[in-house]
Design a protein around this ligand. Structure first.
Ligand code: RB5
Length: 152
């Protein structure tokens, strides 16, 4: 994959894991762009950070990572936006499939359900796996037909 930068954001529940993953991205020579949140104690709302991701990802060929407690809320919020195909992953298999079959551009996981080692392995896998295209491209194209037009 040809990636220059990766946006990363979380809510308070995902903050500590976000910091670890951000440092890990740097060891892989990715430019990590942190969209917040900035601490684990101030309670924030996960849709705000999915919305921030959407504001920064202006085309489907840009990439990001979202983390909340379970990954559920923030992935639901992210997938309401045009250009975001956010995949809530739990292991390297789902991270591989998210890229190969779904051409996901945002990797999501839960800080309360994923330890940092598994998170790092998913990051490594996701950002080194190409979209398989072919029959999967037809299916991914069909996702756009029901995409809401969002004006944030
Ligand atoms: C915050 O407590 C928690 O609800 C949030 O991080 C997330 O798990 C929601 O889906």
């Amino acid at each position: 994959m040809n990636i220059d930068k990766i946006f990363i954001a979380s809510d308070h529940a995902g903050f500590e894991l976000k910091e670890e993953i951000k440092a890990f991205l740097k060891t892989l020579n990715f430019d990590a762009i942190d969209l917040g949140t900035n601490d684990a104690v101030t309670s924030v709302d996960y849709p705000d950070f999915a919305n921030l991701m959407a504001k920064n990802i202006c085309q489907a060929e840009e990439y990001g990572i979202l983390i909340c407690g379970t990954g559920i809320g923030i992935s639901i919020a992210a997938n309401r936006h045009k250009n975001l195909r956010c995949a809530l992953c739990h292991d390297t298999y789902t991270a591989t499939m998210a890229r190969e079959h779904n051409n996901a551009n945002v990797l999501c996981f839960g800080a309360r359900t994923t330890n940092s080692e598994d998170g790092k392995q998913m990051v490594k896998t996701f950002f080194s796996t190409e979209f398989a295209g072919g029959r999967h491209a037809r299916r991914v194209d069909k996702l756009s037909c029901c995409e809401a037009k969002n004006d944030l």
